[in-house]
Design a protein around this ligand. Structure first.
Ligand code: GDP
Ligand code: IMO
Ligand code: MG
Length: 427
């Protein structure tokens, strides 16, 4: 069966973009199934950086059909901007499509996201302020706009009139903001209508037929398990399901069509935004990881919080996703350390647990229980063969494999396409 899934196993920014780009060489179709332009996926090709937010990370491979699926929330203005950046680099971009069922991020969603964060004060989530939460909230409150509604422009205009009136009530009465202009918004959307129309497809049939015809389809997750709306550190999460379960709902494929689920694990942990992070390092080790690993957000430029690898977290992701393979990334960043710690449990009120508790209060009290392994103190970025890795580095990899019970199929030792060590064929 040719359905592959790539998901993040921590708090995002594991290097999913790089992994998807590498695998996309061999796939026929790449589908984003959740999230929106809160994602920031960096793909490096011959020293040139491409930062993708909404477009699937396989987009640089023009032979593959790229679909922004039904479960994604689309800011159409960001979409067109991203496409025009690629066009300016000489790509035709005729392989990029959006699902007619995807929801639209409206200008008021972005504004409300920003205002909610502002008024939350100390309790803010630290969102990307891209309108993700408010857009999903409207989707589930059944007052969102789907792409097909925009294409039926008379309907769009009349629905917008009613909805914008309500949103303006909220903006003016609750937040004391200026109302948004209906006429200006209609004009804004009218301007982009032809471009959006050109790229809209009914993706459900397309993707399922591709799978039935033995085409290789890769479902690309944004964010990660700990940001999952149901199983992450709620409320410090995003508003979608970035797991293999999310693929079924967000891309419209049955579980039986998914063959392999590849979890991307960064060799240490990072988190952007607020929320508990048990193995966070507030010392010079954390700062060293941040600087050497260039841990600054691609979407908001924020400094990422850094810490040791937390296998409690990766185990949680293994369980949720049914991972068949792991890809370990950025292990090259750990090459300077004398010893390296791995979190394998949480001590809460004197008891050690090996799972992620549901209560945020418990998580906030949790102290990390570490296993310490020796470092390898050697640059490994030019190594392409597992056997040539230093023994202590191999030991680190094997520890992850044994703890999670999932085979490590690839190790990434640098940002470029060829900076990889393969242990088991991925596609
Ligand atoms: P994503 O959101 O999961 O796609 O990850 P990001 O792109 O936000 O962050 C990962 C960063 O690490 C990017 O800048 C990548 O170019 C870079 N990267 C990916 N894999 C490796 C690796 O193995 N080693 C190093 N040094 N950098 C990597
Ligand atoms: P990629 O795909 C890291 C975080 C935000 C915030 C929380 C909610 O690059 O791994 P949202 O804007 O989604 O409502 O914010 O989720 N967040 C991410 N953190 N990587 C991402 O995406 C993220 N997308 C959202 O920082 O804490
Ligand atoms: Mg990212």
């Amino acid at each position: 069966m040719p359905g592959y899934v790539v998901v993040g196993t921590q708090w995002g920014d594991e290097g999913k973009g790089k992994v998807v780009d590498v695998l996309s060489k061999k796939v026929d179709c790449i589908v984003r199934f959740q999230g929106g332009n809160n994602a920031g996926h960096t793909v490096v090709v011959n020293n040139e950086k491409h930062i993708l937010h909404l477009l699937p990370s396989g987009v640089l491979h023009e032979h593959a059909t790229c679909i922004i699926g039904p479960g994604v929330v689309i800011d159409p203005f960001v979409l067109l901007e991203e496409i025009s950046i690629l066009q300016s680099k000489g790509m035709a971009c005729d392989h990029i499509y959006i699902s007619d069922r995807a929801h639209l991020i409206m200008p008021y969603h972005i504004l409300i996201d920003t205002l909610e964060e502002k008024y939350a004060g100390e309790n803010k989530i630290g969102t990307t302020k891209k309108g993700i939460g408010p857009c999903y909230a409207d989707k589930y409150a059944r007052q969102g706009f789907r792409v097909h509604e925009l294409l039926d422009f008379e309907h769009f205009k009349s629905k917008l009139k009613t909805i914008l009136e309500k949103k303006n009530q909220l903006l003016t009465n609750l937040y004391q903001e200026e109302p948004l202009s209906y006429e200006a918004m209609v004009e804004q959307f009218a301007n982009i209508l032809p471009e959006i129309q050109k790229r809209t497809m009914e993706s459900l049939t397309y993707v399922n037929e591709a799978l039935d015809n033995q085409k290789l389809v890769l479902f690309e997750g944004a964010q990660a398990a700990m940001l999952d709306i149901n199983y992450g550190t709620y409320p410090y999460v995003t508003s979608s399901s970035p797991t293999s379960a999310g693929v079924c709902a967000g891309a419209g494929v049955a579980p039986s069509k998914i063959d392999r689920v590849i979890g991307v694990v960064k060799a240490y942990s990072t988190r952007v935004g607020e929320g508990p992070f048990v193995s966070e390092l507030h010392d010079e080790i954390g700062e060293h990881i941040r600087q050497v690993g260039h841990e600054f957000g691609a979407t908001t430029g924020r400094s990422r919080r850094c810490g040791w690898l937390d296998l409690n977290v990766v185990k949680h992701a293994t369980l949720l996703n049914g991972l068949s393979d792991l890809v370990i990334t950025k292990i090259d960043i750990l090459s300077d350390f004398e010893e390296i710690k791995i979190c394998t449990g949480y001590e809460i009120d004197g008891n050690v647990i090996h799972h992620i508790p549901s209560s945020l209060r418990d998580l906030e009290k949790a102290k990390p229980v570490y296993t310490t392994l020796p470092g390898w103190k050697q640059d490994i970025s030019d190594i392409r063969d597992f056997d040539q890795l230093p023994e202590n580095c191999k030991r680190y990899v094997k520890f992850i494999e044994e703890y999670t019970g999932v085979r490590v199929s690839m190790i990434s030792v640098g940002p470029e396409r060829n900076h990889n060590i393969y242990l088991y064929p991925l596609i």
